[in-house]
Design a protein around this ligand. Structure first.
Ligand code: ZN
Length: 250
């Protein structure tokens, strides 16, 4: 079983298209939430992901854009984008977002899916220090999470042998992938990175492939037409910063 893991697409159609085109053969898709918010193509992106897969956990932007979450905790640009998205979403897509399940969700045997973390769907797991208590508490050998827009992983082997896993890419521009094997007896938290708004100083779209048979994870970074995505954000009247940051990858 080969699973494509996507997260934080954020209504970026150009980035999603590029990822799907570059993706290796797969059997299923797991989607870790924040399908919309920030980008200019929420309806188009929802249509594609609905057709491709049925395994989703909701993100905070999915809740905010469908009117299920107050915008109080959002910064000004995120709040404006959520309102814009809410006003532009087709009714059936609003309904689709509202019925998305809250994580944690069992994606398959031994695999948990969350947007933020198992204990809080809105928690940011940014560094090893954040991951340690979660790895100590979890029963699941493998948890996929999103929310931070940073492609990385954390692991715990044999009680308290901790590790941060960062992919190493030779080229900062072309399509790249980075593969590693999961070790038996080790628990992992793995973030595929963000398809539509990376924040790890690499503007290329991010996702991963999990090969359950081989017990391997392959991180991908894929260049896409950033200028086209930016142009749509400008013409939609969305905050300009949301376009600028795509080129910076942060
Ligand atoms: Zn997000």
């Amino acid at each position: 079983m080969r699973i494509l893991v996507l997260s934080d697409i954020h209504a970026n159609l150009e980035a999603l298209d590029a990822c799907l085109e570059a993706a290796p053969p797969y059997d299923r898709i797991f989607n870790l939430g924040d399908i919309v918010g920030y980008g200019a193509n929420p309806n188009e992106v929802i249509k594609i992901v609905r057709e491709l897969g049925k395994v989703f956990v909701r993100g905070n932007h999915d809740r905010a854009c469908s009117g299920m979450l107050s915008l109080d905790g959002f910064n000004a640009n995120a709040g404006l984008a959520a309102l814009w998205t809410h006003n532009h979403l087709a009714d059936e897509n609003l309904e689709f977002l509202r019925q998305l399940p809250k994580g944690p969700l069992a994606g398959m045997e031994n695999v948990m899916l969350v947007h933020g973390s198992v204990r809080d769907e809105d928690e940011y797991v940014l560094v090893l220090h954040d991951a340690q208590p979660l790895l100590e508490e979890t029963e699941s050998p493998l948890t996929f999470f999103g929310h931070t827009h940073i492609q990385c992983g954390f692991s715990e082997e044999n009680n308290h042998r901790w590790q941060t896993l960062m992919p190493i890419y030779r080229s900062p521009t072309g399509p790249q992938h980075f593969m590693f094997h999961l070790r038996p007896g080790t628990r992992y938290l793995i973030n595929p990175g963000s398809v539509g708004q990376p924040r790890d100083n690499d503007p290329r779209a991010a996702f991963l492939l999990y090969d359950a048979l081989e017990a391997s994870i392959t991180f991908y970074r894929i260049p896409y037409n950033i200028a086209a995505a930016q142009k749509k954000i400008y013409s939609a009247g969305l905050p300009e910063r949301l376009a600028e940051r795509l080129a910076e990858g942060r």
